[in-house]
Design a protein around this ligand. Sequence first.
Ligand code: GDP
Ligand code: IMO
Ligand code: MG
Length: 436
Amino acid sequence: MSNIVIVGMQWGDEGKGKIVDLLTEFADVVVRVQGGNNAGHTVVVGDETIVLHLIPSGALYREKTCVIGNGVVVDPQVLLQEIDELRKRGHFLDDRQLLISEDAHLIMPYHRRIDLARERMKGEGKIGTTGRGIGPAYEDKVAREGIRFGDLLDDQIFRGKLETILPMKNRYLDTCLQDQGFDLDAMFQEYRGYGQRLKKFAANISVFVDRQIKQGRPILFEGAQGTHLDVDHGTYPFVTSSNTIAGGACTGAGVGPTRINEVIGVSKAYTTRVGGGPFPTELNDAVGEKIRQRGREFGATTGRPRRCGWLDIPLLKDAIRLSGITGIALTKMDVLSEFETIRICTAYRHRGRRIEEVPSSIPVLKESEPVYEDHPGWKAELRKARTFEDLPLKARDYVRRIEELTETEVTLVSVGEKRDETILRRNPFRQGPGRP
Ligand code: GDP
Ligand code: IMO
Ligand code: MG
């Protein structure tokens, strides 16, 4: 049986939601391991489009268990809204479908306010966060000032924590950020109510996952964001505040690395980014605009237009190394169908020197020019392709060239947002890594 981690290889929004939903058919459990409701994972089934922010993308299967791991930062208000929304649409009706780690940290209203106020103060130099309080919540976790989901379930502990933490937050908001503080009693009552509604989902996730593994139940670990938004390995400080690489699945679900059998990296056939930070292959021209329109590249969480550019191999090679990726799920191939020429960035050039890896220094990365090779476009619709052989030769060549450059198999090619608009060259739950 396989336990598989899904990670983003770029700057998020690679199509992880689609891939997780698709592969959930072969798993019993889907675990979100990090991030919070900064994520927006889109799942399209039939005529229905659902964007999931906190609940794992396996939510549309009745018989599968969705788990929110300890590494996730949970905004209880958003989570309840998401559950209600899914139920209104006739999904996720059984309470047994969801488990939440008692150790997961909470996003509190002061986290959101601090996030927004800091971005305002930074002005031009802002990160372009989603404003969901992600950074401040992870800061409190590491500073040992966080409130965990388990704390919320005990009135005395929760109130005690708020009494210590909230006055400090209010002082910080007032004096450093010139923003308003919060009333303790009102917050206690409101969040206590959320705790009461969510109590039934509380569990020790590490123990649960271990038991599933021992029973031979396949597990899908769902990463959020993307490799280059990783707080350690991404384009710091233009990153999120968690470890988005495959190792995040171990810390974020309490599972040892020897229990993970495969890592599938999701990448678009081109590149996008939301928010600030360097982006070597970015296209600020009509071509970039065409990708944005054809790919409907507008944020699933904030609605912001995504910055668009050509595929960047150094980004992918870094992702493969950092996460031990065994197969690539290449999405949105159909978006490139109309282009005469399609470019691949194979390396960067910095002051005359060729670089193969993404440099750690932001000024160096900003000054780096992409080195391109050009490929003739296939100029044909791909959405009906279901086997690799159904793809036009030039599209197959494009995929093969990516495999060559990354020295990694393209396990899956996605040609549309729907579940069935997919070419599954090898099913990672059925066959181990290797050539398809
Ligand atoms: P995630 O955050 O990685 O889950 O990705 P998002 O859901 O934020 O963004 C990916 C977008 O691309 C969503 O609107 C998906 O429905 C869509 N999508 C995924 N795969 C494909 C594909 O192969 N072709 C097209 N045209 N759209 C896709
Ligand atoms: P999914 O899971 C794309 C970006 C934000 C910003 C930076 C920091 O849907 O791929 P944060 O709110 O996390 O402090 O913002 O990270 N970002 C994402 N970009 N997809 C995401 O998630 C993202 N989550 C955060 O735009 O640049
Ligand atoms: Mg997204």
